[in-house]
Write a protein that binds this ligand. Structure first.
Ligand SMILES: NC(=O)c1ccc[n+]([C@@H]2O[C@H](COP(=O)([O-])OP(=O)(O)OC[C@H]3O[C@@H](n4cnc5c(N)ncnc54)[C@H](O)[C@@H]3O)[C@@H](O)[C@H]2O)c1
Length: 251
């Protein structure tokens, strides 16, 4: 974990940061000196923020917010203008859900829920975050997509559509705001070891691992490292790209 202070003086908002990949992203950005805003629909948003503040000695804020609620998202970003030097400098759209089913059994509720969080949520947060970034002539937006959004997956039509959409969204916004000093990229993880993958049977895990050339599941640190790179000064000439963090599963 880099502790170079490269993000000192900056504020980073990570959605879905109460646990899993999002939490690790928040920690890694905090380790580089960024102030952290944890925004999550779970009650643990505030306590997670406090824990990160204690561990890494940075300013933190925690908000329980549903990223699909346009009014709530606007309210959050309005408040952050006052608390985060005019607005956050880094936005990581990480909040995401799955509602897997074969298409013939996938009802509208499952479709709307996944598209709502994974795609509309990112749109709502990005639209609010980008204006202050344009004013500052500086900003980084990283969208957490998935290789499923590039290769598709049986039983995940809604999830694949949301993540493929998120990649196309990232490229479009990158073209709009590139001239204003804001870089927008996506990270596309493969199978990452989280509570979700831990719950799979040994047999299913072994089958899945056969598809991964490096022969292991990814760790949250693998994803957080790529996000850290895309938020730091070392990637200032990179925008509109998708970094696959998938152990070579998709080449
Ligand atoms: N785990 C993997 O293998 C994997 C692979 C590819 C992509 N991803 C993506 O990485 C991201 C994080 O996944 P994870 O494995 O850490 O999942 P997770 O379920 O552990 O974490 C997701 C977080 O998002 C929050 N969230 C859900 N709905 C929300 C809403 N409406 N508003 C605000 N917050 C909300 C949850 O409360 C949770 O804290 C997701 O976008 C996921 O699609 C994960």
């Amino acid at each position: 974990m880099l502790r170079d202070g490269a993000l000192a003086g900056k504020w980073a908002l990570v959605t879905g940061a109460a646990r899993g990949i999002g939490r690790r992203i928040a920690e890694v950005l905090a380790a580089r000196g960024a102030g952290i805003v944890v925004a999550d629909v779970m009650d643990e948003a505030e306590s997670t923020a406090a824990e990160i503040g204690n561990e890494y000695g940075v300013n933190v804020l925690g908000y329980k917010v549903n990223v699909t609620d346009g009014e709530a998202v606007k309210g959050l970003f309005d408040e952050l203008k006052g608390k985060c030097d005019g607005g956050v400098d880094i936005l990581v759209n990480n909040a995401g859900i799955t509602r897997d089913n074969l298409l013939i059994r996938m009802d509208e509720t499952d479709w709307d829920a996944v598209l709502g969080v994974n795609l509309k949520g990112a749109y709502l947060c990005t639209r609010q975050a980008v204006r202050p970034m344009i004013k500052k002539r500086s900003g980084r937006i990283v969208n957490i997509a998935s290789i499923i959004g590039m290769m598709g997956n049986a039983g995940q039509a809604n999830y694949a559509a949301s993540k493929g959409g998120l990649i196309a969204f990232s490229k479009s916004v990158a073209k709009e705001v590139g001239p204003r000093g804001v870089n927008v990229n996506a990270v596309a993880p493969g199978y990452i070891r989280t509570a979700m993958t831990d719950a799979l049977s040994e047999e299913v895990r072994e089958q899945m691992l056969l598809l991964v050339p490096v022969g292991r599941f990814g760790e949250v640190d693998d994803v957080a490292g790529a996000v850290s790179f895309l938020c730091g000064p070392e990637s200032s000439y990179i925008t509109g790209q998708v970094i696959r963090v998938c152990g070579g599963m998709l080449m």
